[in-house]
Design a binder for this molecule. Structure first.
Ligand code: AMP
Length: 541
C-alpha cells in the first residue's frame, strides 16, 4: 500500500521561493568584485534568478544543458545557481584555481553551452576561449559600466543580459531526480571526475546540513561562507542558509585575514565555514594586530585536517565553538561534523581538544563503515584504522559520462579513499588519504597525526609529512616545515617538541624547512608535488 501524501518534488526553486516568502527582506551582503559592499535580500535575489532562468530559456538553454560558472561567492553567483536550475539546466562550478588546460578539459568534458565568469577570471577565460568549442555565449558577472572590451563570443554583461527580459516567468516543472549541479573532483592523478548532483540530493543535503547536530543554521544566524561555491557546493550553505532564513555575507574575491576579519566584525557574523588555510590567515592577522572577535559563535573547519592548535585558538582564545567537519565532493559534501553528543559533552581541556581534533560523526543520511583491504568490517574501537566507506542519498553512485564504471562495492558503499578510525561513540578520525599513509616496516603511520602535532610548535606555521624510501623500513616519515613569519627554529627543537607525544617509531627521521608548502586548487597540501620536490632527497643515515 502506498502512502496518501502529496507528491511535492524536492526541487531547488522551492528553496528560494521559501526564502523569499518567509524571509524576503533578510539581507544578502557581498563584498563585490567591483569593490564596494553590495546589499540585497531574498526577495530581490529570487526575482533576479527568475530573470536568469528566463534569459537562459530565451537563449535556447534547455533541460539538462550545462552552464559553467567561474565565480566567487557573490549574490550574482547565487542568483545564477537558482536561475540555471530553475529551468532544469545544470550549474557547473569550475574551480578557477586549476591550471588553464585543466579548466578547458573540464568545460569540454561537461560540454558547457554557456559560461559565466567574474571579472577576475576574464583574462583566464579569454586565454582559453578558442579551446572551448561547445560554449556559445559568455556572460560576465558585472554591469554595463564595468564591462570591459572583450572578443569573447556573444559576450554580454550579466546585468544587461537579465535586464533584457521582463521577469514574468514560471519555474519549469520536472522530476526531483533531475540533475542540478556538476562539480569535478580535483583529482591529483588521472582525469578529473564529474559528480552530478540532483535536485533531490541537493535539497536533502541542504536539510541534512541544517540539522542542529550538523551545522545548526537558523534564521538568527549571520552566515559567511568563505568556502567557495566552486568547492563542493560551498558545503551546502547556498541551500541551507536560504532554507533557514539566515543573513548571508558573501566574501567575493578577498579571502585574506584582514578582509575576512572586517566582514566578521562589520556584518556581525555568527557562523562561518572555511578550510584551515583560510583560518590560518585570519589567526595570523588577529595575532599580529591584537584584534578580537565579538559576534562569531561557531566555525566549521574542514576540507583538510584542522590542526589542534587552531581548535585551541578558536575555542579557548576566542570563545568560538569549532565544528571540525569532513566530507568530499562525492558526498555533496558533508560526511561528518564534530558536534557534541551527551556521552562527550562534559569533556574539558585536553580531552575536549582530542575529541574536536577528530572529524566528528555522521548525521542522518550518511552511513559509514571502515574495512580492511579485503573488505572485512573493522570494529569501532577508536584504534583500528581502515578504509572509510559511505552510503547515502546525497552520495555519488556513478561519475558523469563514466556511467559504465562501477564505483560502489557489492554492498552499495563508496570507498572514500580515506583511512580512518571510528571510536565507540561514533566519532571518526581521518588518519590519512589511503595513498599518503606511510608504510613503515609493515605498519602504518598517519601523516596527518604528525602534521597536527608539528603545527602545535609555537614557531611552526604549516607542516607536511611525506613518506621517503628507506632501505630497511620501506618508508619513513620526512617532516617539511614552514616557520612562522620572523621565527626561526631548528630540526632538533621541533623533534624535541614532538618527542614523547607519539610512539617512538612514528618520529620523523628528518625535518626540512621550506618557504612554502604547495597546495592543490582546493587548498589541500599537494603531497604529489611535495614528493616530486623531495624526489632526490636522501634520509640521513
Ligand atoms: P574534496 O572532494 O576536494 O572536498 O576532497 C575530499 C577529501 O578531503 C577527503 O576525501 C579527505 O581526504 C579530505 N578532507 C576533507 N575534510 C577533511 C578533514 N576535516 N580532515 C582531513 N581530511 C579531510
Amino acid at each position: 500500500m502506498q502512502g496518501l501524501m502529496q507528491d511535492w518534488p524536492l526541487v531547488l526553486h522551492t528553496v528560494i521561493d521559501h526564502a523569499a516568502r518567509q524571509y524576503g527582506t533578510r539581507e544578502i551582503v557581498t563584498r563585490s568584485i567591483e569593490g564596494p559592499i553590495h546589499r540585497t535580500n531574498y526577495n530581490e535575489v529570487r526575482a533576479r534568478s527568475m530573470r536568469v532562468a528566463q534569459a537562459l530559456a530565451r537563449d535556447g538553454v534547455k533541460l539538462g544543458d550545462r552552464v559553467a560558472t567561474l565565480a566567487w561567492n557573490t549574490w550574482r553567483h547565487l542568483e545564477a545557481w537558482y536561475g540555471i536550475t530553475g529551468i532544469g539546466a545544470i550549474y557547473h562550478t569550475v574551480n578557477p584555481r586549476l591550471f588553464p588546460e585543466q579548466i578547458a578539459w573540464i568545460v569540454n568534458h561537461a560540454q558547457d553551452r554557456v559560461l559565466m565568469t567574474d571579472l577576475t577570471f576574464l583574462p583566464l577565460v579569454e586565454a582559453i576561449a578558442d579551446k572551448l568549442p561547445t560554449v556559445e555565449r559568455f556572460i560576465v558577472l558585472t554591469d554595463g559600466a564595468h564591462m570591459p572590451q572583450t572578443k569573447l563570443k556573444n559576450a554580454i554583461a550579466y546585468e544587461d543580459w537579465i535586464a533584457a527580459v521582463d521577469g514574468d516567468f514560471k519555474w519549469a516543472s520536472f522530476d526531483e531526480n533531475t540533475a542540478a549541479g556538476l562539480c569535478y573532483t580535483s583529482g591529483t592523478t588521472g582525469d578529473p571526475k564529474g559528480v552530478l548532483y540532483s535536485h533531490r540530493s541537493n535539497v536533502l543535503h541542504g536539510l541534512q546540513a541544517s540539522m542542529v547536530n550538523t551545522l545548526a543554521v537558523s534564521a538568527e544566524d549571520v552566515v559567511l561562507p568563505i568556502v567557495p561555491m566552486f568547492h563542493a557546493n560551498a558545503w551546502s550553505l547556498a541551500f541551507t542558509v536560504p532554507m533557514n532564513g539566515g543573513k548571508f555575507v558573501m566574501p567575493g574575491a578577498k579571502l585574506d585575514g584582514e578582509s575576512v576579519y572586517e566582514l566578521l566584525e562589520g556584518e556581525k557574523v555568527t557562523f562561518s565555514a572555511a578550510v584551515p588555510t583560510v583560518w590560518l590567515m585570519l589567526m595570523q592577522h588577529m595575532q599580529k594586530t591584537g584584534a578580537k572577535l565579538h559576534h562569531l559563535k561557531r566555525v566549521a573547519i574542514g576540507g583538510s585536517a584542522c590542526p589542534r592548535a587552531m581548535i585551541d585558538f578558536f575555542e579557548n582564545t576566542c570563545g568560538v565553538t569549532v565544528y571540525h567537519a569532513w566530507g568530499m565532493t562525492e558526498m555533496s559534501p558533508i560526511g561528518t561534523v564534530g558536534t557534541l553528543k551527551p556521552a562527550v559533552a562534559s569533556l574539558k581541556g585536553d580531552e575536549l581538544l582530542d575529541l574536536k581534533a577528530k572529524q566528528g560523526y555522521a548525521p542522518y543520511g550518511v552511513e559509514m563503515k571502515i574495512t580492511d583491504d579485503e573488505g572485512v568490517e573493522l570494529p569501532w574501537d577508536g584504534k583500528k584504522f581502515g578504509r572509510l566507506k559511505v552510503k547515502g542519498p546525497c552520495i555519488v553512485r556513478r561519475y558523469f559520462r563514466r556511467e559504465n564504471e562501477e564505483i560502489l562495492d557489492e554492498t552499495g558503499f563508496f570507498d572514500t579513499g580515506d583511512v580512518a578510525t571510528i571510536d565507540p561513540n561514533g566519532y571518526m578520525q581521518i588518519t590519512d588519504r589511503a595513498k599518503d599513509v606511510i608504510k613503515s616496516g609493515g605498519e602504518w603511520i598517519s601523516s596527518i597525526d604528525l602534521e597536527n602535532l608539528a603545527v602545535g610548535h609555537p614557531d611552526v606555521a604549516e607542516a607536511a609529512v611525506i613518506g621517503v624510501a628507506h632501505p630497511k623500513w620501506d618508508e619513513r616519515p620526512l617532516l617539511v616545515i614552514v616557520a612562522k613569519d620572523g621565527k626561526e627554529t631548528t630540526r632538533e627543537d621541533v623533534l624535541k617538541f614532538m618527542d614523547g607525544k607519539i610512539a617512538k617509531w612514528w618520529m620523523p627521521d628528518d625535518v626540512q624547512f621550506v618557504r612554502e608548502i604547495p597546495h592543490t586548487a582546493t587548498g589541500k597540501i599537494n603531497k604529489l608535488k611535495l614528493r616530486e620536490t623531495f624526489r632526490d632527497y636522501k634520509l640521513p643515515t
